[in-house]
Design a protein around this ligand. Structure first.
Ligand SMILES: [Zn+2]
Length: 234
């Protein structure tokens, strides 16, 4: 079966820090969210291969990011950003204008957007359209997420926690899975004992006759030795 190729794009990088405020840089947050999202998708879902436009603090032009996804023949492209400019909450973008796969692109975005709002608790700023290069130049359905405002004190405090960056990442994984109908991986069958501890059982006789077994238990109990009868079939 053909693999689903999901490209994740961590916004900015290298000499381009993106938005900077409250001791945070957009490029660091987007990279962490993208890396965590990739790991969650690979851990949780079958038949999906995630590629990142960057896995380190390096600069890539917007056209290079789109070209990377086009070259791979990606099924879907998701660019991850942090907002700035004095707002509060989450918003998502698809490419503005009319194009062949727009209704599909929008349906995928809507599913992702709703899961992210539900799981992060971000204020919902709406589902938007814009003429952004990564959305315009990618040939597959593409979305861009703006995950809180770096210059909003409350949003910045939220983004300072690694646990919250993981929460945003998990919401992207869940949202993309819902949008694309990815199948969850089968859970491993739990082993009867996970402690690895070894226990020893003392056997003080095996009897074909229940009465003899009960007699042995009475004898042991009389000597102060706790015992019980365990039935088995030979
Ligand atoms: Zn950005």
């Amino acid at each position: 079966m053909a693999e689903f190729v999901q490209v994740l794009d961590a916004g900015h990088g290298g000499h381009d820090p993106g938005a900077v405020a409250n001791g945070l840089r957009e490029k660091d947050l987007t990279l962490k969210i993208a890396l965590y999202t990739r790991d969650y998708i690979h851990e949780l879902y079958e038949g999906v291969k995630v590629y990142l436009t960057r896995e380190q603090d390096v600069f890539l032009s917007l056209s290079e990011r789109a070209a990377f996804a086009n070259r791979l023949g990606a099924t879907h492209f998701c660019s991850i950003h942090i907002n700035a400019g004095g707002g509060d909450g989450f918003e998502s973008f698809i490419y503005r204008g009319s194009y062949a796969n727009k209704s599909k692109t929008n349906a995928l975005r809507n599913a992702l957007h709703d899961v992210i709002i539900a799981e992060t608790g971000f204020k919902d700023r709406g589902k938007k359209e814009a003429n952004l290069a990564v959305l315009r130049e990618t040939t597959m359905p593409a979305v861009l997420t703006e995950n809180g405002f770096i210059d909003n004190k409350n949003n910045a405090d939220f983004l300072k926690s690694d646990a919250n960056l993981r929460k945003i990442a998990l919401a992207h994984a869940h949202g993309l899975a819902k949008a694309h109908g990815w199948k969850p991986k089968a859970k491993p069958v739990p082993k009867p004992s996970t402690s690895g501890k070894v226990f020893y059982r003392v056997v003080a006789g095996s009897f074909a006759d229940r009465e003899n077994a009960e007699k042995r238990v009475r004898e042991l109990k009389a000597k102060g030795i706790e015992s019980f009868i365990d039935e088995y079939r030979a």
